[in-house]
Ligand binder design. Structure first.
Ligand SMILES: CC(C)(COP(=O)(O)OP(=O)(O)OC[C@H]1O[C@@H](n2cnc3c(N)ncnc32)[C@H](O)[C@@H]1OP(=O)(O)O)[C@@H](O)C(=O)NCCC(=O)NCCS
Length: 285
């Protein structure tokens, strides 16, 4: 049966017209993405679908970056046809385009075995925190520090901070997100020291990326968004070593899931001055 199905499955480029069916697959997994979230991700990258008898039964997307990196996400195979080699076919189609770039992804437990067999190694974890009935923290700013709305002219500086924090040249993605999100900048002694974006995503809003010089700066940025959106459903995906998880729990944004950060190739080297305290999302990293 598996061999018969494999023959009948065609893997081809993902088109905008496929996104309604792709959204059906993420809903089947009880992932929160709206169709518009899929659209945004396809505008920023590319994907493949697995098609069987005219139905979309699997998806994989990827985003390539200028300095030798790529991320993979939205890897889904419909429940009815899992375990038949379709996930592997989709990943191999992505690798054909990604070439020899280092690839990063955030793996669910279901995906771990597939990714390990394709050469990915675990490099950490990411905690998913979310909720609506959170208490608003008090901003604890240090002297000469302020959080202010992002100005258009600040985007190049923000992009440099982002690359320092991640080791990845995400210029195109950051530019795009700045057009589709609200942003605030952490200013210290008159210089841009960090930033955080806030945008519609899934069931409510996502706060990310959050790029800051230290945990105090990260909390100041996140506090801005929580304070101005009390009671709204907000989500943050934070690296395990960010130190933010227990703070978010205490605020009433509990941890509802964990994924494994994995890397295939040499991991990016981030700079010493800033780091990422929350992701854009699990797919883009
Ligand atoms: C992860 C997923 C994409 C794998 O797709 P798939 O088509 O089922 O995978 P394949 O049939 O190509 O199998 C790939 C490997 O994973 C293993 N595998 C497949 N289903 C598995 C399962 N339910 N539990 C454990 N391992 C499994 C297979 O044994 C295979 O390894 P092998 O070739 O060494 O035997 C699919 O299970 C899925 O969509 N899960 C829900 C969504 C999700 O969590 N996606 C991952 C996001 S990071």
């Amino acid at each position: 049966m598996a061999t018969g199905l494999k023959k009948a499955v065609q893997v081809r480029a993902m088109l905008a017209d496929d996104l309604s069916a792709a959204h059906g697959l993420s809903r089947e997994q009880q992932w929160p993405h709206r169709e518009q979230d899929w659209t945004r991700m396809l505008e920023l990258g590319q994907g493949v679908v697995a098609e069987s008898e005219g139905a979309i039964v699997g998806t994989t997307m990827w985003w390539t970056f200028e300095n030798g990196f790529a991320t993979i996400g939205m890897v889904i195979v419909s429940n009815a046809v899992q375990g038949m080699g379709i996930g592997r076919q989709l990943m191999e189609a992505a690798f054909a385009d990604i070439g020899d770039r280092t690839v990063l992804l955030n793996a669910t437990d279901e995906g771990l075995r597939l990714y390990r067999s394709l050469g990915f190694e675990p490099i950490g974890s990411v905690y998913q925190h979310q909720g609506a009935a959170f208490s608003v923290p008090i901003a604890e700013l240090i002297p000469n520090e302020r959080v202010a709305p992002m100005k258009v002219g600040e985007v190049p500086d923000i992009t440099r901070l982002d690359q320092d924090a991640t080791g990845i040249d995400r210029t195109r993605v950051v530019d795009y997100l700045c057009d589709h999100a609200q942003g605030v900048v952490l200013n210290r002694d008159g210089d841009q020291a960090g930033y955080a974006l806030f945008r519609r995503f899934g069931r409510g809003y996502a706060i990310g990326p959050t790029i800051a010089p230290d945990i105090g700066g990260a909390k100041a940025l996140i506090t801005h968004w929580l304070g101005s959106n009390a009671g709204m459903f907000c989500r943050l995906d934070v690296p395990d070593d960010s130190g933010l998880s227990s703070w978010l729990d205490e605020l009433g944004l509990p941890c509802v899931g964990r994924v494994t950060r994995m890397c295939r190739g040499t991991p990016p080297q981030r700079g010493a001055t800033v780091r990422a305290y929350s992701l854009i999302n699990q797919a883009l990293g």
